[in-house]
Design a protein around this ligand. Structure first.
Ligand code: WT7
Length: 633
């Protein structure tokens, strides 16, 4: 049941998973993991609460499954293969045995510093081995990790630290990204000025730059690790004990701390890793994401290690020292499975092909993509130039909230089709519903993508706000999980994800809510109102277009200055990823009679699709639409 080797395996598994989901997941759980105690119930759930309990009564520790149980058979196999930012610096091979020691030592350091089961620990680190090790060390002692992507600004970091009331932050002196050296520690210092909950900051050394250490709060990590005991027993976790919190943008208000729990997340990420990537024992697998996102949690750390895989961790960026870096790494380490995002593919496709052809990519067996819809051109470029038309391109659809891949062609069973994520994985029951929430059963159809039966790695709640969890995912449509995406289903039942149906914009595959950006801009003393929409961008998928109104008229020189200040504000409050590519100053924003900004119209104008703006008769101020259209950038 575990590995799907052909089409008939897939058909059988899928059928079994729908007919008796409990039995299906129970067999997988039973045969592939180490449990300290078995479950009493495979699944209890109630969509109306909403509540999902998988493997209730079971006890386990995910790190025993990721590390300890491989020590006999794979002790000397490389678990983590670290490739530094600087191609001249030597790579690091961390075997399962070494990983065991390093995680145990780190776990003991956490304990010595007063961290206990259930405490929240924020990890704000670059893509260095300490990031994966810190994450696993938390899991080993039952502390709840909250990894924050180290590209986030100090105020974004502070908001996340405070939301989960983290007791500790783990960071480094600095980080290397391409030719940049970023001063992470000072970002942390600034954030922590407004985080009274943090008692301790552990600081790893990476850039060896001088940093200020706050007495009685900050400690260098390495001396503590050197002195720590190399054995640390696992904390016994209940199946539904939280494993981690990971923040994702909401369409309104503050980020949502999605909570994932231990047993279900483990079973689901392991199963999907094995099947989607068809990992075989001696393969080298590489996912280029950052561990600060769910892709890194599930498919750099947990999924691969649960399968005893070799997982490559890359510190740098695809363009440094030049646009051939990814392929140089593939050649150097004979990478077999490669998993990246459409935005990276599009950026590389723009560059000279010699960056690709220079390298021997014959080790590749499979190419994956994730994060946003992949356009056909990018898909074909990837398939042809990277995969030599021999590797399946596996388009994987899923979300921070789903924990694991949901819809993707299992390459041994389903032939990929460009722009389609194709078929649901076993255990996943997608449904398209119309605006009234009625399932659309038709052969060829389009609708809101929902999932009508729970799967083991569904996020259980939003940290500290169960009501918001219910409102966001389970209230618009009854008795199912609403993804926020729209999708088309073709005559073969293949799904094509068309994009978000809410006010979330995917920029380079990163989820950005429009409301938090607008709130941030509106803090500027000269700005009256703002509306952010996405518009197509060749590389990023979408870029941000801001329509702004000012409190009192400004001249064009002042507009320029304001433009700069607005982006600086966004950079400081949210992070550089949310900067606006275009800013248009307007005399007013199109509004409905109830005062709601008509984003639909602004989206069309921003996308240069303003010929037919649809019905504007309900507008309070139709005259501004023409003005905005005439001055569009
Ligand atoms: C949103 C979730 C899951 C890891 C990365 C993003 C979009 C994701 C695909 C895909 C079309 C995709 C969806 C989804 N998305 N993968 N293969 N095809 N769209 O995680 O930040 O939680 O974003 O990304 O819109 O809802 P996330």
């Amino acid at each position: 049941m575990y590995q799907i080797k052909n089409e008939s395996d897939y058909i059988k598994s899928y059928k079994a998973s729908v007919e008796d989901p409990k039995l299906f997941w129970e067999e997988i759980a039973e045969n592939n993991f180490t449990w300290q105690r078995k479950w009493e119930h495979v699944l209890n759930f109630d969509f109306s609460k909403p509540e999902f309990k998988w493997f209730e009564g079971a006890q386990l520790n995910i790190t025993e499954n990721c590390i300890d149980r491989h020590l006999n058979d794979r002790g000397d196999k490389t678990a983590i293969l670290f490739e530094p930012n600087n191609s001249e610096e030597k790579e690091e091979h961390i075997t399962y045995k070494e990983l065991h020691v390093r995680v145990c030592k780190f776990a003991n350091v956490l304990k010595d510093q007063g961290i206990k089961k259930g405490d929240r620990v924020c990890i704000y680190l670059p893509m260095i081995p300490d990031l994966a090790i810190a994450t696993l060390a938390c899991a080993r002692i039952g502390a709840i990790h909250s990894v924050v992507f180290a590209g986030f600004s100090s105020s974004s970091l502070a908001a996340r630290v405070n939301d989960a009331a983290c007791k500790m932050v783990i960071t480094s002196d600095g980080s290397f990204r391409g030719n940049k050296c970023i001063d992470l520690k000072s970002i942390v210092d600034e954030a922590l000025d407004s985080c009274p909950c943090v008692e301790r900051v552990l600081v790893a050394k990476r850039t060896h730059t001088d940093v200020a250490m706050k007495v009685s709060r900050d400690i260098w990590l390495q001396p503590l690790l050197d002195a720590a005991v190399a054995v640390c027993p696992i904390e016994i976790m209940d199946a539904e004990d939280p494993l981690f919190i990971l923040y994702t943008s909401g369409s309104t208000g503050k980020p949502k701390g999605m909570v994932h729990t231990s047993a279900g997340y483990m079973v689901n990420t392991a199963y999907t890793f094995k099947n989607v990537f068809q990992y075989e024992e001696d393969d080298v697998y590489w996912c280029t994401a950052d561990i600060g996102w769910i892709t890194g949690h599930s498919y750099i750390v947990y999924g691969p290690l649960l399968n005893g895989a070799t997982t490559l961790m890359f510190e740098g960026v695809p363009s440094y020292p030049d646009w051939g870096r990814f392929w140089e790494i593939v050649q150097k380490h004979r990478v077999n499975q490669f998993y990246t995002a459409p935005t990276a593919i599009r950026a590389m496709a723009k560059e000279d092909l010699s960056h690709v052809t220079k390298y021997d990519l014959s080790s590749l067996k499979l190419l994956g993509t994730v994060g946003e819809p992949i356009n056909e051109e990018a898909w074909r470029w990837y398939h042809k130039n990277i995969g030599d038309e021999k590797c399946p391109v596996v388009d994987t659809w899923w979300q921070t909230e789903t924990g694991s891949i949901m819809i993707a062609p299992i390459p041994t069973a389903v032939k990929p089709v460009p722009t389609f994520a194709t078929l649901p994985l076993p255990g996943i029951q997608p449904v398209l519903v119309n605006a009234d929430g009625e399932p659309i059963e038709a052969d060829k159809t389009e609708g809101n993508l929902c999932i009508r039966f729970p799967w083991p790695s569904i996020a259980r709640t939003i940290w500290g706000d169960h009501q918001r969890y219910k409102d966001t995912y389970f209230s618009k449509f009854e008795n199912c999980y609403f993804t926020g995406d729209g999708a088309i289903r073709n005559e073969k039942g293949y799904y094509r994800i068309t994009g978000r149906v809410d006010d979330i914009i995917l920029v380079s595959g990163h989820n950005l809510g429009t409301a938090p950006i607008e709130d941030c801009i509106n803090e500027h003393p000269l700005i009256a109102e703002s509306a952010i929409v996405g518009f197509p961008d060749d590389i990023k998928g979408n870029a941000l277009y801001g329509f702004l109104t000012v409190k009192s008229p400004v001249n064009s020189g002042e507009e320029k200055e304001l433009h700069h200040q607005v982006n600086q504000l966004i950079r400081d409050k949210i992070g550089p990823i949310a900067k606006l590519d275009k800013i248009q100053f307007c005399s007013g924003l199109p509004k409905t009679r109830s005062g709601k900004i008509m984003r639909r119209i602004l989206r069309k104008i921003a996308s240069k699709d303003a010929e037919n703006l649809g019905d504007t008769s309900t507008l309070l101020n139709p005259e501004v639409v023409e003005q905005i259209r005439d001055n569009a950038l």
